[in-house]
Design a protein around this ligand. Sequence first.
Ligand SMILES: [Mn+2]
Length: 228
Amino acid sequence: MIYVISDIHGCCDKYIKMLDMINMSDKDTLYVLGDVIDRGERGVDILREMKNDRRVVPIIGNHESMALGLMRALRGTDTKDLEIRYPKALYTWMLNGGVPTLRGFAALTDEEKAEITEYIDSFSIYENVSAGGRNFHLSHTLPEYDPERDVHDASYLEFIWGEPDYGTVYDENTIFVTGHTPTALIDPEYGGRIWQGNNHIAVDCGAAFENGCLGCICLDTLEEYYVY
Ligand SMILES: [Mn+2]
């Protein structure tokens, strides 16, 4: 079975409960569509859990993308030094819920910091999978990104921060599974539930927000799971 979750945003307890609920075997795979960190308190703990679980395939979100350079810069130095050297990037990260992630990361040993940054660096940009007779494209936000392009160019930033057009069928034969946009923003009636339509599945149920939860979908059965 193939399962998908997204935008855990530091909610480690919900992540652990979800793993319990879906009860994966060693042959199952869990795709995590980015934004593991920030907003909630324990993003770094979730990264460590994921890293030690061979069933998990991580895909990068804008929050990991935003944090990665600063995490690398923080090896062998302290947060005060980051403030001096990268004030703009640090401000942007902090403004987007990075405070608990920075605190958790700064508390790690240099060896642990290296392990976490290397792990994030290994995240996929997107994945294509088949399950239950259907084809799926999995990414944090937009489809059809060219991985050969420079990750610092504008098209990459647009890809990682953008939002798909949920009103448009991109491909008759492929379902585009994405996170990033809480489903309440796609349709207020879907707040806290997975949204499906027009060959899209949106799985960000707003885990870190009030009235939100962590949603998970099994791509073989399209069964949905929720942790509140
Ligand atoms: Mn996002």
